[in-house]
Design a protein around this ligand. Structure first.
Ligand SMILES: NC(=O)c1ccc[n+]([C@@H]2O[C@H](COP(=O)([O-])OP(=O)(O)OC[C@H]3O[C@@H](n4cnc5c(N)ncnc54)[C@H](O)[C@@H]3O)[C@@H](O)[C@H]2O)c1
Ligand SMILES: O=P(O)(O)OC[C@H](O)CO
Length: 346
């Protein structure tokens, strides 16, 4: 195709495969890098990634590979779809293959344990000289590959990168908006996973529609309040990468975070729920990190605290819900009012 962009996706899991398919359907050659030679070989022969999308025939422009050096060196645009837990190690091992000014976009919605870093910060540290962006929005992989109409946000300080990503990914079912708030877009994507676990848990206990509305609304307030305390722009949380992604992840059983919450709500232990899932649910780890950070910064996060008590301290769901509904702290104001001389708080 004229104007085809050479692309690479690092990570052959659910989202890496879905994004590779979108790029290929748009006419761009994609090298889909994965660590398992067996999996790459199977995909090459069957055109199917059996582990993640047994019903999806991959476009002929998707080339599965285990040759990371070749995949990176030939690409104009590199997307990274790896769990946050392994993100830095994989990128560090591959660093020698990247070139100056190459465009690298994180698709990962998580936080690094050491130093509470987001993935764009990891990319900037490990790959100095490259141009970095993050893509985030209401993008369940299972719906994307079905061409269900949706949108996402590419955030980067680099205008050419934003435009290239819009060209590469945009199509009749996927609209890509640009944003300059890299930190806010990325933080929104990571935080909403926590509330998806809460929502799944509540659904398993038979929550009503009023309850769901309350939960999502208070989740948005809580994550925005945390983001403001971290220096992010609260307006970003009213967009696709904030409330947009929060709504879908809290509402759909296609969300892995929601599914972990649902399983715990039905009586599984956290370990059982995560093992049964067999894919990454970033919210489980993010919860621990945000819980710790909220204490350090003295940010009021009752939902994070309640979920942490249930998942990591063995508290009963009934007791936590009772405590949340009877809490006196801030219970008389919907919005936490800024103190004299401070910026807005939600
Ligand atoms: N699935 C979605 O709908 C979706 C949508 C948007 C963003 N994301 C984000 O994308 C990221 C990846 O999610 P996913 O859905 O692809 O997860 P997944 O669990 O489906 O796949 C993760 C992939 O990473 C691979 N992997 C794990 N450790 C590795 C290592 N050390 N080296 C190389 N490969 C390794 C696994 O083999 C697997 O193929 C997450 O941060 C997630 O939040 C997912
Ligand atoms: O399946 P989850 O819970 O990781 O969510 C997937 C995406 O982040 C939804 O936008």
């Amino acid at each position: 195709m004229e104007n085809a962009i050479q692309t690479t996706v690092l990570g052959g899991g659910s989202f890496g495969t879905a994004m590779a398919q979108v790029l290929a359907e748009n006419g761009h050659p994609v090298r889909l890098w994965m660590r398992s030679a067996e999996q790459a070989e199977a995909i090459r022969h069957t055109r199917i990634n059996h582990q993640y999308f047994p019903e999806l025939e991959l476009d002929s422009l998707v080339e599965p590979t285990t040759d990371m050096g070749g995949a990176i060196e030939q690409a104009e645009l590199v997307f990274v779809a790896l769990p946050s837990k392994v993100f830095r190690d994989v990128i560090r091992n591959a660093a020698g293959h990247f070139r100056d000014q190459q465009m690298v976009v994180s698709l990962t919605k998580g936080i690094e344990r050491d130093g509470f870093r987001l993935m764009s910060q990891v990319l900037k540290e490990e790959l100095p000289g490259t141009r970095v962006g993050v893509l985030s929005g209401p993008n369940l992989a299972g719906e994307l590959v079905q061409h269900e109409i949706t949108a996402s946000v590419i955030a980067s300080e680099d205008r050419e990168l934003r435009e290239r990503v819009q060209q590469a990914l945009g199509n009749a079912y996927f609209r890509i908006y640009a944003n300059l708030d890299v930190y806010g877009v990325e933080l929104g994507g990571a935080l909403k996973n926590i509330y998806a676990v809460v929502s799944g848990l509540a659904d398993a206990r038979g929550m009503g529609e009023n309850t769901k509305s309350m939960l999502i609304t208070r989740s948005l307030a809580e994550m925005s309040r945390f983001a403001v305390s971290m220096g992010a722009n609260p307006m970003t949380f009213l967009g696709l990468a904030g409330v947009g992604d929060l709504i879908v992840t809290c509402s759909s059983s296609l969300s892995r975070n929601y599914r972990v919450g649902y399983a715990v709500g039905q009586g599984s232990t956290l370990d059982e729920a995560v093992t049964e899932l067999g894919q990454v649910a970033e919210g489980v780890r993010t919860l621990e990190l945000v819980h710790e950070k909220a204490i350090e910064l003295d940010v009021y996060m009752p939902l994070v605290r309640g979920l942490y008590q249930i998942l990591y301290r063995g508290a009963s769901i009934t007791d936590v819900v009772g405590a949340l509904m009877n809490a006196t702290q801030n219970s008389d104001v919907e919005f936490i009012l800024p103190r004299q001389g401070e910026g807005s708080a939600i």
